[in-house]
Design a protein around this ligand. Sequence first.
Ligand SMILES: [Zn+2]
Length: 420
Amino acid sequence: MKPQPGITLIRNGTLIDGTGAPPLPEAAVVVTDGMITYAGAAAGLPALDPDIRTIDAKGGTILPGLIEAHIHLTYFNVTELQDLDIKYPVEYVTLQSAVNAKTALECGYTAARSGGCLHNIDVWMKKAIEEGMIPGPRLSASGREICGAGGLMDWNPDYRKIGMEGIVFIVNGPEEARAAVRKLVKDGIEWVKTYPTGDAASPDINDHHTLCMTFDEMHAVVQTAHNHGLKVTGHCRATEGIRNALKAGYDAIEHGTFMDDECLELMLKRNVPMCPGLGFEKFSVDRGKEFGMSQRVIDGHQETLEAGAESCRRVLKAGGTIGLGGDYGFGWTPHGTYAQELTFFVDYVGFSVLDTIRCATLGGAKMMGRESEIGSVETGKLGDLLIVEGDVMKDIALLEDRRNFIAVMQGGVVKAGRLA
Ligand SMILES: [Zn+2]
């Protein structure tokens, strides 16, 4: 991704730097050849050439670019999981994915970590974005997912004879788990996404208290993945699944819904980051009926929502790392609505605006393992910035409407917003 050559000054805004530090009014940020070289009080600015490029934040808010910590670029606003494996071929899903990547960037998301994808599209999407072929967030790629036979992602009965290899490896035992990871190694991914547990979406056979992989399978995934330098994460709702994942050596936890004391302790001990992806539960409860969800499914989402919110509050209080985002790309959480996750964390979960922004920026960067480069507005980091008209501290929902964006910048280049 090419940086902006020369010097850019951003002035006349309040800086929320993403570290959790209090907002700094009358701030200025200088980006030099794509890197932040000054972030602080405008009064302390070093002497600058008067004819450098200047961006007026119009008394609004200067933030780090947002980071989606669990994105599914290849999900095309489906209403059922089953739609993912049979509706469209890889060619069409790739195009959908490119459009979604552009949308995410326009929504202020300058980086994103994949939570799993169809085929091996993320790896190539990442390459195309890095090369500047298509606009999109800096991406951390997952690939096809891994789930135990009969688990959440193994939804096609055998008589249908539908292969699932485009979306998930269905494994039976540690040997098959190892074989699946070895295929992913060759795909060039960074994250191995697994399914330790079920979900409220599948109340009959794989609900949110069901295990979908054995500890031995999970441990085999981790051993093989770590041997090849890959990281492992998993869809973890049930307490036992979270515990198994942490004991097996997982590098991140998705959801972390029914977290008990032991799980929390295990998580903090290795500082394993978590992406709750919790807004999805609220929006499923609110809009489920409209999309034909049964009352049992909605009740399951309600239980998940309440337990998940409590887990998030506990992890935050205990000083754990949280990244925000998750599971946008369903009918009731369409692409382009990612920032409602932040409003939800403030309004429903009860996080402060500053904590919410910290999780949605630096937290995501930590999950990606790129906190030295992105995630906060600090000297030495990439000039990935979001400049918003209005006071985000007063109204977090300003981030939901991209018409409020003056600029979305990657490496100092204005990629979206009014100035693009
Ligand atoms: Zn997901």
